[in-house]
Design a binder for this molecule. Structure first.
Ligand SMILES: [Zn+2]
Ligand SMILES: [Zn+2]
Length: 166
């Protein structure tokens, strides 16, 4: 299996998260997650959370939550090209993540495998969006991303200082 963005390097199996098998490119450090591995991990994650809820642990105060979002995010160089699926070679579609993140994810519309450029997974995880990748390609999610953009440009417009008459 070759990397869908740099095309030359083969992908190596890595553990991206507890219970999540992915494939990583040793050249660009992007990650490929097959839909099978992703859904297996979501099931596993759901089971883990149910066990935690039944133990009723005290919430821990995580110091990383005190930092602002931009302090917690890693730099992302988002690929801007049209890429082909690492698994079935079909053209992948892009979806904008939104929620304060400016990059796009690539997904194969046939086998639903997902490609993440370097640090995209880490940033999704920081914002607790890493278990919602399948929603990002829905029209409802993309509609909310467009709404966010409209709200932001409205706010920017009201911040423009009024010109004082000469
Ligand atoms: Zn690569
Ligand atoms: Zn595919």
């Amino acid at each position: 299996m070759k990397c869908p963005t740099c095309h030359t390097h083969s992908l190596q199996i890595v553990s991206l998260d507890t219970g999540l098998i992915a494939r990583q490119c040793s050249q660009c450090f992007g990650h490929w997650i097959s839909s099978e591995n992703y859904w297996e991990w979501l099931d596993y994650r759901e089971q883990q959370q149910q066990q935690q809820r039944s133990h009723l642990t005290q919430p821990t105060h995580d110091a990383s939550n005190m930092l602002s979002i931009s302090d917690r995010l890693l730099p992302v160089v988002d690929n801007a090209t049209a890429n082909f699926c690492a698994d079935c070679a079909r053209l992948m579609t892009k979806a904008k993540v939104g929620r304060g993140l400016s990059f796009y994810l690539d997904r194969c519309s046939h086998c639903h495998g997902v490609w993440l450029d370097q640090n995209e997974w880490e940033n999704l995880k920081q914002l607790e969006l890493h278990h919602q990748i399948h929603y990002m390609f829905s029209s409802a999610w993309q509609f909310s991303v467009r709404q966010e953009k409209v709200a932001r440009s409205d706010r920017a417009r009201t911040k423009i200082p009024q010109k004082t008459p000469a």
